[in-house]
Design a protein around this ligand. Sequence first.
Ligand SMILES: CS(=O)(=O)N1CCC(Oc2ccc(-c3c(C(=O)NC[C@H]4CC[C@H](C(=O)O)CC4)noc3-c3cc(Cl)c(O)cc3O)cc2)CC1
Length: 380
Amino acid sequence: MRLTQRCLGNISKMLDFYSQFNPSPLSIKQFIDFGLSACERKSFIFLRKELPVRLANIMKEIHLLPDNLLKMPSVGIVNNLYATSFEDIMQFEKVEVNETTLDKFCQTLIKIRNRHQDIVETMSHGVLELKESHDVDAQTEHNIQYFLDRFLMSRISIRMLINQHTLLFGTEFNGHSRHVGSIDPSCDIISVVKDAYDKARLLCDQYYLASPELLVKQHNEFERCSEIRIVYVPSHLFHMLFELFKNSMRAIMEHYDNSDSDYPPIEVIVSRGKEDICVKMSDRGGGIPRSQMDHLFKYMYSTAPRPTQTDAHTVPLAGYGYGLPVSRLYARYFHGDLVLQSCDGYGTDAIVYLKALSNEANELLPIFNKTSSKFYRTAV
Ligand SMILES: CS(=O)(=O)N1CCC(Oc2ccc(-c3c(C(=O)NC[C@H]4CC[C@H](C(=O)O)CC4)noc3-c3cc(Cl)c(O)cc3O)cc2)CC1
């Protein structure tokens, strides 16, 4: 449904207003502390301002995109979805806080989350539409990389706020009584590693009829002989590890494509130091030359072309091309990182760095300001 001109006029004034504010980053500790005190009114009061601020900040950047990208049908769809969701939240700007508005707010958040479910794929279609209709120069590609990193990080942060509120105060149950919203205060990293391996192995067995084994160990320098646990969002950690396992398995199976199933195992070590928890995944999948490494994180390079009929059996281990860059955003979202070290001809190490202390695990949020908008204005 296209927004009427009147709506768009009204929204742009509100967008200007809310985009003046910087998003307020929260740490995992703040999410936990707030979740344990669990006051729905306070959460509502915070979110009815913070969500419009985060939506407006990224919508202003969408409007600064190069015209030829902004005109792509799929980018138009994304723009309208954000405008509709911004309007939905605006309904609560000045309402009286009571049971009815709290219930309605929760339902609206669920509606928004569902509306935005496929945004990443829709945006990747927009990039593909641009690639298929225009020559994309290096500068435009760089601008798209900059924008998508910020756009997708903003989306991760908005979904985090929505999930915390709906899981804490809605009728949904997250399936784990000890969890605080989407956060596990005592996340067993090794079990997430094994879960991600099992799910990736399923896909690998389906396509290659075989899969490499997993060797996993841990080293806790901080609390000797204790299991390594972290206050973290298990679904974020799973997303990263699932992606990395798929890549390692694809490399190994393609590299040893004529062996009789004596594939080198994937080795994972989980370590805990004073500041960081690391999950290092090492494979002997033949590695990648340094000249090709940067491409792996590029949205433009990796945006998978639409599968043709003959590609009906596309490799299930490769998505629509945003798996690795989005996984790095999940790692960076709470001030961690995801780094690749490959040895051409031998294999690849992927390291996920996580903040060991929840008070240091602060949201990393894109801020729309003169610097970021200048970046777009210099775009050709
Ligand atoms: C954008 S995305 O996230 O959607 N996604 C990124 C991932 C991509 O799939 C993959 C998967 C594996 C590999 C790969 C190779 C490999 O393939 N070598 C052989 C070629 C080396 C260059 C050579 C050349 O071109 O010179 C032509 C052969 N070797 O090591 C890895 C590897 C990569 C990651 Cl990231 C890892 O974590 C572990 C790994 O072992 C590459 C690409 C789908 C798309």
